[in-house]
Design a protein around this ligand. Structure first.
Ligand SMILES: [Zn+2]
Length: 788
C-alpha cells in the first residue's frame, strides 16, 4: 500500500460501500454529528457527495432546507438557491441553474433566474436581475425541451442530443458536456426547469444522481408552488380590493360619473403594473341629436358607417382619461380625443367596444398579465358605466315624480282660472262643467286684449306696460289669432289652465322669467304672422311652435349651462349638453302629461307625436351652443330660396323637406330668444342696464351683436323682407351701444392720462368709482346680454 492520501481513502470507501457503511455505523454516533453541525447547520464541504453522507446527515440537510422553505420573509429565489447549492454538492455537479417558465402574451418562454450555482457561490452572484435575464422560447435548448415535454432528462453527452443549443455557452465561454434537467410542474403548468451541469469526477450523471435530483427537486417544487399560489392569491385579493373599493366609493356619490372613474382608476393604478393606461369613455346615447342628423338628412354629411356596439350605438369615445405612470405620474383628461390618440391607434378600444370581448394585444410593452388586467378593467368599467347610467336614469325618474308632485303647487288653481275665464261672473254658472264650450269661448275672447291695442303683431312689441297677469291673456289671444283653438278642439278651460300654469312655471329670476318666456312666444307669433313664415308650416306645427316658445325657459333657475357644468349637477354629466334646455323640455312635457293641462288632448296619436317632436327640436334649439351648428345650414336654405323665381317654388322647396322646416324653426327660436336685442332703444336699454356691469356692458353688447345676433337677423331679413324691422332695431341698438362703449373707453383713456399727469392718482379713481356707481338704474329687471 502506497501513500495514504485523501483521494485514495475516498476512492476506497466509494468502491467499498459495505465497508464504509459498517465503519460509519460503528464509529459515528449521533452526538458526534451533533457536534459537527453545532455551529452551522451542515457545513458545506465541496468534497462531500451523497454516498458520503449518512442518513442522519441527510435528514439534517433536509431539515435545514425545510427550515428555509418555511422561513418567513425569505424569497422563493433565495430558498431555491439554497436547495440548488445542496443539489450541486450532492450530485457532484459543476454547477446548477434554474430557469423559470412564464407566459408572455399567451406564448410560453423560459427565463434564467438563478445561474451557475456551486456549493459555495453567493446568491447575489447567481441571481439574475430582470433586465439581465436570458429569455428564450420553448423550442430552444434542452431546458426548453424539458419544459415542453414536462419530463426530466439525463443527457450524458450534449453533443449527441439534437435539442441541445450552445447559445448560452457561446455567451459565457463555458462548455457544457453533460447535464440533468427536470421541470417543476403545477397542474398543467410548468413553473420552472432545474439543471445540473457537468458531473465532476465522472463523464455523466448516474441513475442514482437522477433519483437524488428528482428527490431534491421536490423542495424547489414546494417553494415555487407556494410562491405561485401566493401570487395567484395576491391577484385575487387585489381584484377583490378593487371591487370592494368600487362598491364603496363609486356608488357612494353618484353625482359625476367621470369623476368616479377617475377616482377609482387612480386608486387602482398601483395594481396595474404597467407604464400607462387609458380609459375611454364611451358615448352612451343611442340616437343622434336631431341637429347632428340634419347635415346627414340634407346630404351634406355621409351617414355613419363605422363600428357599432352590440346594442347598436356608434362607437364614440367622447373622452379619454390618460394615466401615465412611467416616471413622473401624470393624469390627462382629453375631451373629444383625436383618432390618432395612442390608445386608438391600435384599434383595440374600438374593437373591444364593438365586440365586448376582452382583448390581449400582442407586443404590448406591458407585461402579459397586466395588459389583460387593464383591459378587463376597461370592460369592467364600461359595464359599470352602463350600470351607473341606469341608476341615474332611475334617479331621473324619481325626479319626474317629484316634479309631478311639485306641479300640483304650480298648476293653476280654479280661482286663478276664474280670474281669466269669468264664467261665474258672466254666465252666472257655479261650476265650469255646466258651461257650454261655445259660451266659454265667447266670454274668454271678450276679455282677451285687442291685438292691435297691445301691438301683438309688431316686432317692436313691448311688455313693459302690461302686467304679468295680463300677459297670460295676451298669450291666449295669440292662439285664437292663429286659429288653432277651435280647429284642434282645445277646451278653453284647459288652454287657460295651461297658459296660467306656464306663467307660474317661470320663477322670479332676473331675465329668464315669465316676461322673457312671453316675449319669445310673442316673437314666434310675429315671425309666423307678420314675418309670413307661417306659409311653410301647417296650423298644427304653428300651434306647437307657439306653445313651445312660451315654454322654452320654464323653471329656469337664473344660472346658465356653464354653471350647471361647473357645479357638477347630476344631470349635467348625464346629458352632457343642453342641460337646462332639456330640463325646460322635460318640464313642458310633464305639464302635457296631465290631461287637465293637455292642450293637445284632442289630437290623434300621430299628430301628438309631431307636436312632441317639434317641442323637442324647438326647445333644445334655444341652446346657443347649437346655434353655430345650424347657421350654415340655414344660410344655404336662404341662399337657395333667394334664387327661386316664384314664392310657390320657394314654399315647395322648403315644405317638401321636413329637415329644412326644422332648421328654419330652430333658427326662428334663436331669433325669438335673442329678440330683446332688436327692440327699440328705449325698450331694450332699460332692462339691459346692470348697475354692477354698467361700464363693461356696452362693449359686451357690441361684441354679442357682431358675433351672434347680426347673422340671425340679417339672414332672416334676406329670407323674408317682412322681418327687416328686427335687423333695423338691432343695428340701431348697435350704434347706441357702440357710442356708450366709446364714451366709456374715452373716459378710461382720459383717466389714464390724468393718472399719468397727476401723482395722486388715487383721488381720481375714487371720483370715477363714484360716477359709475350712481347710475340709478333699477336693477330688478336688469341684467344681461350674454345670458340667454
Ligand atoms: Zn330664453
Amino acid at each position: 500500500m502506497g501513500e495514504i492520501n485523501q483521494n485514495a481513502v475516498e476512492k476506497y470507501l466509494e468502491e467499498n460501500p459495505a465497508f464504509a457503511k459498517e465503519y460509519f455505523d460503528k464509529k459515528l454516533r449521533v452526538e458526534v454529528l451533533g457536534e459537527i453541525f453545532k455551529n452551522s447547520r451542515v457545513p458545506v464541504q465541496a468534497s462531500m457527495s451523497l454516498p458520503e453522507l449518512t442518513q442522519v446527515e441527510e435528514s439534517a440537510v433536509c431539515l435545514e432546507l425545510l427550515w428555509s422553505v418555511q422561513e418567513e420573509g425569505s424569497s422563493a429565489e433565495l430558498t431555491a438557491h439554497k436547495v440548488l447549492q445542496r443539489m450541486a454538492q450532492l450530485l457532484q455537479a459543476d454547477r446548477c441553474s434554474m430557469f423559470i417558465c412564464r407566459s408572455r402574451n399567451g406564448t410560453p418562454e423560459m427565463a434564467s433566474k438563478l445561474l451557475d450555482i456551486t456549493p459555495t457561490s453567493k446568491f447575489e452572484d447567481n441571481f439574475v436581475v430582470p433586465d439581465k435575464e436570458v429569455v428564450f422560447p420553448l423550442d430552444v435548448g434542452i431546458v426548453g425541451w424539458a419544459a415542453h415535454t414536462k419530463k426530466p432528462l439525463n443527457v450524458p453527452d450534449v453533443k449527441k442530443n439534437n435539442h441541445f443549443s450552445d447559445f448560452m455557452d457561446k455567451q459565457t465561454g463555458y462548455v457544457t458536456k453533460n447535464l440533468l434537467a427536470a421541470p417543476v410542474v403545477m397542474g398543467k403548468e410548468v413553473l420552472a426547469v432545474l439543471v445540473a451541469v457537468n458531473k465532476v469526477n465522472a463523464s455523466e450523471f448516474s441513475k442514482q444522481d437522477e433519483e437524488v435530483f428528482t428527490k431534491y427537486l421536490n423542495f424547489v417544487s414546494v417553494i415555487l408552488k407556494l410562491h405561485h399560489t401566493n401570487y395567484l392569491y395576491n391577484i385575487e385579493s387585489r381584484r377583490s380590493q378593487i371591487l370592494m373599493w368600487s362598491a364603496n366609493k363609486v356608488f357612494e356619490e353618484l353625482t359625476d360619473v367621470e369623476r368616479q372613474f377617475h377616482k377609482a382608476l387612480y386608486t387602482i393604478r398601483t395594481y396595474l403594473n404597467c407604464e400607462r393606461y387609458s380609459i375611454g369613455l364611451l358615448d352612451m346615447t343611442k340616437e343622434k341629436e336631431f341637429y347632428d342628423e340634419w347635415p346627414i338628412k340634407l346630404g351634406e354629411v355621409e351617414p355613419y358607417k363605422g363600428p357599432k356596439t352590440p346594442d347598436g350605438r356608434e362607437v364614440i369615445f367622447y373622452k379619454v382619461i390618460d394615466y401615465i405612470l412611467h416616471g413622473k405620474e401624470e393624469i390627462k383628461v382629453i375631451p373629444t380625443p383625436p383618432a390618432d390618440h395612442w390608445t386608438f391607434v391600435s384599434g383595440l378600444p374600438t374593437y373591444v367596444a364593438e365586440n365586448g370581448f376582452i382583448c390581449n394585444m400582442l407586443n404590448a410593452p406591458a407585461d402579459e398579465y397586466f395588459t389583460f388586467q387593464t383591459l378587463t378593467q376597461f370592460l369592467g368599467w364600461s359595464l359599470l358605466n352602463t350600470d351607473t347610467y341606469e341608476k341615474m336614469n332611475k334617479l331621473e325618474n324619481r325626479k319626474d315624480i317629484a316634479q309631478e308632485m311639485l306641479m300640483n303647487h304650480t298648476k293653476a288653481t280654479p280661482d286663478e282660472i276664474k280670474s281669466i275665464l269669468k264664467f261665474k261672473e258672466k254666465l252666472n254658472i257655479d261650476s265650469i262643467e255646466d258651461c257650454e264650450e261655445k259660451q266659454l269661448v265667447k266670454i274668454l275672447k271678450e276679455d282677451l286684449p285687442d291685438p292691435q291695442a297691445v301691438e301683438l303683431y309688431e316686432f317692436r312689441f313691448s311688455d313693459f306696460p302690461i302686467t304679468e297677469h295680463e300677459l297670460i291673456k295676451c298669450g291666449l289671444r295669440m292662439f285664437f289669432e292663429i286659429n288653432v283653438v277651435e280647429k284642434f278642439k282645445v277646451p278653453v278651460e284647459v288652454l287657460t289652465r295651461w297658459m296660467y300654469t306656464v306663467r307660474k312655471g317661470y320663477r322670479a329670476v332676473t331675465y329668464h322669467n315669465w316676461r322673457h318666456g312671453f316675449n319669445v312666444g310673442q316673437t314666434m307669433f310675429t315671425l309666423l304672422m307678420t314675418g309670413r313664415l307661417k306659409k311653410y308650416y301647417t296650423d298644427l306645427e304653428a300651434f306647437a311652435m307657439l306653445a313651445a316658445a312660451f315654454c322654452h325657459d320654464i323653471d329656469h333657475r337664473g344660472t346658465n349651462n356653464l354653471y350647471q357644468m361647473k357645479s357638477t349637477s347630476p344631470l349635467a354629466r348625464l346629458h352632457g349638453s343642453s342641460i337646462l334646455e332639456r330640463h325646460h323640455l322635460e318640464y313642458s312635457k310633464t305639464l302635457l302629461k296631465d290631461e287637465s293641462l293637455n292642450i293637445f288632448q284632442n289630437l290623434n296619436k300621430r299628430q301628438y307625436e309631431t307636436v312632441i317632436h317639434l317641442f323637442e327640436v324647438a326647445i333644445i334649439a334655444t341652446d346657443l351652443a347649437l346655434y353655430f351648428k345650424k347657421r350654415t345650414m340655414f344660410q344655404k336654405i336662404v341662399d337657395a330660396c333667394e334664387q327661386m323665381q316664384t314664392e310657390e317654388e320657394a314654399i315647395k322647396y322648403v315644405t317638401i323637406d321636413p329637415t329644412k322646416k326644422e332648421i328654419i324653426m330652430a333658427m326662428m327660436m334663436t331669433a325669438c330668444d335673442l329678440s330683446a336685442i332688436t327692440k327699440p332703444w328705449e325698450v331694450q336699454s332699460q332692462p339691459m342696464m346692470d348697475r354692477n356691469k354698467k361700464d363693461e356692458l356696452p362693449k359686451l353688447q357690441v361684441g354679442f351683436i357682431d358675433f351672434v345676433c347680426t347673422f340671425v337677423y340679417k339672414e332672416f331679413s334676406r329670407f323674408h323682407k317682412e322681418i327687416t324691422p328686427m335687423l333695423n332695431g338691432l343695428q340701431n341698438n348697435r350704434v347706441e351701444w357702440k357710442s356708450l362703449a366709446d364714451e366709456y373707453d374715452a373716459k378710461m383713456k382720459e383717466i389714464e392720462e390724468e393718472m399719468k399727469k397727476q401723482e395722486e392718482g388715487e383721488v381720481v379713481v375714487a371720483q370715477v368709482a363714484e360716477d359709475s356707481g350712481g347710475g340709478g338704474v333699477d336693477d330688478k329687471k336688469s341684467k344681461t346680454c350674454l345670458m340667454l
